[in-house]
Design a protein around this ligand. Sequence first.
Ligand code: ADP
Ligand code: MG
Length: 715
Amino acid sequence: MSSLRFQSINDLSTTPEGKVAGSAKITAIFGENVFTLKTAREYLSDEAYKSLASSIKGGKRIDRAVANQISAGLRQWAEGKGVTHFTHWFQPLTGTAAEKHDSFFTLKSDGTAIEEFDGAALIQQEPDASSFPSGGLRATFEARGYTGWDPSSPIFIMEIGQGKTLCIPTIFVSYTGESLDYKAPLLKALASLDKAAVDVCHYFDKNVTKVTATLGWEQEYFVIDEGLFNARPDLVMSGRTVFGHAPAKGQQLEDHYFGSIPERIYSFMRDFEEEGYKLGIPLRTRHNEVAPSQFECAPIFEEVSVGVDHNLLMMDIMDRVARRHKLRVLLHEKPFAGINGNGKHNNWSMATDTGVNLLAPGKTPKTNLMFLTFFVNTIKAVHDYSDILRAAIASAPNDFRLGANEAPPAIISVFIGQYLSKVLGDIKERVGAKFDEQDEAILKLDLHKSIPELLLDNTDRNRTSPFAFTGNKFEFRAVGSSANCANAMIALNTILAETLKTFKKEVDALVDKGEKKEIALMHVIREYVVSSEKVLFEGDGYSDEWHHEAERRGLPNVRTTPLALDAMVTEKAKHLFEDNNVYNHAELEARHEIELEKYIKKVQIEARIMGELATSHILPPAIKYQNTLIENIKGLKEIGLKESTYSNQKQILEKISEHIGKVSELVAKMIEARKIANAMTDTRTKAIAYCSQVKEAFFDEIRYHVDKLELLVDD
Ligand code: ADP
Ligand code: MG
């Protein structure tokens, strides 16, 4: 291993800079590989175009005959760009996107070779899906799972090397209709939110007919040289380093944040951005992050479902493009101990088809009331369902971040800034009181101007909240960098849909009793402010005091994934997801099972790699050095030098021997613990055993001794 590393370090000075993509204007290439409605206009008949457009906008079904026309137009467009194959592109629960490529090429019954792509192939496919996780929903002998075209996501062409593939975004469902992916439940959650939010919007504006949730993600990542990556079996296999003493210089000087971007990385960024632009991903921001070699990219926000697709695509593209540059991109939540990990902030809001951002403070009393309605409902939703949100971001790698005092803690709380805290405080004061001038005064506040101004300072200072209001959107910061955003977005949009539905019932009940609409709204808003108050926190989320304070408030602090996932299968969760038509009970149980299994496998892989590395990579050089020292001491003694000439060597030898002993003893014990866990049949019990008996019991301690050896042994 060490020779590989020396070689790589040597090679660094000769590694070419990587080609920087041409400097075309972004607008010249933006979306060129996307079958947008504008492109569709060119390639489709009126009938086909209209059908596609109304399916995209209103979710209307496309019939087979029209599908044949659309597929013909698609093939014509794609072939014009050199495409030979197509694939249904979907988002199984493994976390990464899946594809199975078929060529347009086929043989007719008489053997004539033709290119063909019919409507049936566009609309539905049956990938052999037996090895995608299904949590028991699809017994393996019944391997059938279907992918079905989702016209709400644009079709695109993926260029990989010389190959170009037409990718059709699809949902993935079992033979009996249960969803096996992230996309189907996401679309259902968004539909539920749309309906609930439109109903509430009608208190303020009858012209609203659609509410679209919006997502702007910020993707953090590390970049390292490919040679150095390959020299680390732990990075290659688990995405993180399981051993390694912190270097003398880490991030303590904070000289990397927003610093100038190294040239080699810059050309990598330019290159993946260009690939992203061609796919219509509106990348806007790039900068260095806090840790050495850590960076971030972020696009302009989009509709949630499109944003989710684009993030998944971007992660894939970044990985591929990095290899072109002899680099590797690390999307793992915690590739290196002791320096910051990677997160993926999910900036989220809702927009009406009348062009209003529902989380943007208003300019008039009426729009202020609308803003307060959605703002307070969001806080209430997070308060009532914080366990659901926590479960949605739970994963083995994210456990290293949440609660590691450098990322938002596992305690879900909401930051809203001083100004809005005061506004809510004033509203709360008035619980039980009659609506009068004081309420009027609150609604007349110039929230539109005051909030952004006052928030700017506050939000920039408070980076420690898992869920923060940032002026005209909420930012869900606890999402893991390698996660599919869909999971967090399914949870968030569903809990808000549910909260808005209850809100509407409560307001309507008051209106039915003869209360004026504004008064009824203000009344329920007040109740919500009071009942969700304890989830609001403005202080330092990384501090110990907050952990105590949160406990006092009764806020859950679930640190580990196996336990956090429990929230997926409570009666509360089942009602929530079923009432909003997102998951039925069987689907929830299946997902719970899948997440637990993912957890077990990840910890198992890390445990194995730790054992193997310790035994075959760490101990051999340590023992070799032990022998060198023994030889040295023997020699000094032999030629008759006094003890003081070799007493230091003896001390080092003792230390090394002690760490060697500890490492082999602990590794043996960890293997035993794994065997016990492996024999467990209940998935949840097994996951908990992997968490406490394998990971928590051994990982840190083994690492401690290995990292000590690193400081003592020459390499
Ligand atoms: P900051 O960098 O302070 O977090 P930015 O204004 O740069 O704030 O926004 C960060 C991200 O939030 C970007 O991806 C941006 O597109 C996104 N964003 C802005 N407005 C919205 C919105 N209404 N809905 C969802 N995301 C949004
Ligand atoms: Mg941000």
